[in-house]
Design a protein around this ligand. Structure first.
Ligand code: KG4
Ligand code: ZN
Length: 341
């Protein structure tokens, strides 16, 4: 079965073709980074319009990459939530209408399930059960994954998501949008040991996170380091490094606790912050010390993409799930509502 996947939940339009036998056939992406950069963040209305502008050209591109025609597509999968409602509606209505026109089944995909199973796009996929750390711009959570659709929530952020903390701290430092990758680049020039940021909530039992205090800590550090209202570039880099170390270390401590609690030594990282090299290194060392294995998708499948949506859509369509003609995109959608397959 060949499935076309459409991702449009935020500021990336991603399309991909996934074959139930051969795996990923082709994928393509248009990022809206330049469009939103001058506003310092995503402007929802502009995002929706841009998705509409790119869906058809990207469809043609992905089909030509795979040397396929529209009539070769057997099923359609689109992100139905969570995300920006206008952006979701653009991809969902396009996908649902295309499926109707081609007389093929369509299925809704949960964006976070897409991220969570993205490591399965790689040659050496993780086996169930595993502990998954999902770290994106909107979510930070730990889940125990027993199978597709069987997600036990172990802990989550009580305030800002890890990616949000990266973005807000980067904005304070004047690093623009998107902040996370820019902060990570500047952190490379930071000197170890100049600043030490707190590791929030590690002294409390449990697996929840809180990251909003880190941006306040960054603000206070900046204010006390400023001279005549200016901060030296080296000081900014030192702050970036201390911030990144605090996030990576906090996530490591909670992941180790989750693995020990579940009696499991397979860890999966997914979501945009999973692209962070320091986080990958820190978690790899920890998992290795437990004699376990760490899995993550290639960098381009950590951030939003169509491949992860096409893959989950294929799993669900193969299991017989279909969506009727109504379009039911939603900004919020708890993962626990997903059906096991
Ligand atoms: O998964 P994603 O593409 O979108 C959501 O579903 O939210 O994640 C985007 C988030 C942003 O907050 C971005 O700053 C962060 O992932 N991010 C990073 C890196 N690359 C992306 N954060 C830290 N280091 C990176 N290299
Ligand atoms: Zn995402």
């Amino acid at each position: 079965m060949i499935v076309l996947g459409i991702e449009s939940s935020c500021d990336e339009t991603g399309l991909a073709l996934f074959d139930s036998e051969k795996g990923l056939l082709a994928h393509t992406l248009h990022s809206q980074v330049e469009l939103h950069a001058e506003y310092g963040g995503v402007v929802p209305e502009l995002a929706s319009r841009d998705h509409i502008r790119y869906l058809t050209p990207l469809l043609e591109q992905v089909l030509s990459q795979a040397s396929l025609k529209k009539s070769d597509i057997d099923g359609l999968a689109y992100t139905a939530g969570p995300g920006l409602i206008g952006a979701l509606m653009s991809g969902a209505s396009y996908g649902r209408a295309l499926a109707w026109a081609l007389a093929i089944p369509a299925v809704e995909v949960h964006h976070m399930e897409g991220h969570l199973l993205a490591p399965m796009l790689e040659d050496n996929p993780p086996e169930f059960p595993f502990v998954a750390l999902l770290v994106s711009g909107g979510h930070t959570l730990l889940a125990y994954v027993k199978g597709i659709g069987q997600y036990e929530l172990l802990g989550q952020s009580l305030d800002d998501a890890a990616g949000e903390a990266f973005d807000k701290t980067a904005k304070l430092l004047g690093l623009g949008y998107p902040g996370g990758p820019a902060l990570a680049v500047l952190a490379e020039e930071g000197q170890q040991g100049v600043y030490r940021f707190p590791r929030p909530m590690i002294d409390r039992p449990g697996l929840d996170f809180s990251f909003s205090g880190l941006k306040t800590f960054a603000l206070n550090t900046m204010q006390s380091a400023a001279q005549d209202g200016q901060i030296a570039q080296q000081t900014k880099a030192d702050i970036c490094l201390a911030f990144e170390e605090a996030v990576a270390d906090t996530l490591k401590i909670k992941c180790r606790r989750a693995l020990e609690q579940q009696g499991c030594n397979t860890l999966v990282i997914a979501g945009g912050v999973g692209a962070n090299k320091r986080l990958r290194r820190t978690l790899a060392e920890m998992v290795e010390s437990l004699g376990g294995q760490l899995f993550y998708p290639r960098i381009e499948f950590c951030t939003d993409n169509g491949a992860m949506i096409a893959q989950v859509g294929c799993f669900r369509l193969m299991a017989g799930e279909t969506q009727p003609l109504e379009i039911d995109a939603r900004a919020r959608w708890p993962m626990q509502e997903l059906k096991a397959i």
